[in-house]
Design a binder for this molecule. Sequence first.
Ligand SMILES: [Zn+2]
Length: 375
Amino acid sequence: MNNTRFARKRISVAMVTFAATASTLAATTLVAPDAHAAPRTASLAGKTVFLDPGHQGSAAGNRLNAQVPDGRGGKKDCQTTGATGVNGVPEHTVNWQIAQLVKAGLESQGAKVVLSRPDDTGWGGCVDKRAAAASRSGAAVAVSLHADSTSTGADATNKGFHIIVPTLPIPDATVNRVQSGAGRTASTAMRDALVGAGLSPANYGGVTDGLQTRSDIAAVNLTKVPVVFIEMGNLSNPAEAAALTSKEGQLKYALAITDGITRYVTKSGNKVVSTAASKTPAMDTTAMDTPALKTPDTTPVSTGNPPDPTTPAADDDNPFTGLRSVLPFVEKVMAADDTSEIIKLLTTDGSDVFSDVLKAMLEVVYGLAGGKLPI
Ligand SMILES: [Zn+2]
């Protein structure tokens, strides 16, 4: 129970980034006017996104240690059970619940979402089968959601998110081309979106600028559409476990992930190559740029040292910039004792895309809570 309070406090501090917007919110204005907000559009219409909530609720008679191709010429276990949070919540449930929110957010913009598993109670398939399903889906991007564990007990030191990118080259030529180009672009777009939402890159595991390079992730080695493989946080860290399992924390992660997906998908569908005019690369050119991460705020939130609101890490060159205006509402709404605030938010005809996304996610939150919207 202390965890919930801790999570709220932690998120409050992280939200300082957005305090300039939040502090101006009048009670009567639940959808902040944003001069830069995009007009309401179904920006993902016609796009497919594959979501893979890592692990599964049950092995259901399947052998987790059955050997399957690892995409590097070897074999590995079909699946693992996943981590368990220091607060007792299993990773597969965290992955599932946040995936449901992301799914709702993407669908609210017109995307078709394909899930790797149908529920959080049964079997979800071996890693190679999930990779094959992602490839078959023809998705613009496949996103695997995971949460890490660094200790069987509490670990207050290791924290933050990371995105796993593959050691190159990958043996399969198609996979290598896709993951070294578009996959890398999608991964860095996601990293930037998470940083832009106030989440800190991991301070452990050899993570550099939020990215960790590994060769053993079959979901990446075998998938022929661009993959983003996210370790959202460390479930051994009490504060992160609380955030990853609280409603407001899950909303924040889901909004950031939805932002990352949308940034990538909309950019990749409408790419403007502004440099190296003589070059006409066959694939995604932004992958070659690999710009250095722009001063990410890695200050641990627990130090009380707030992020500098004047230097947001996320770029603003994408029309989908509503995240900043809507994040303060997450805490506001979830903390609301008076449900009239929630009603007002849900019935306000917001002007930016993210108000639609948040509304769709809130529908899921209240569904997951076992109740209907408090209207
Ligand atoms: Zn996992």
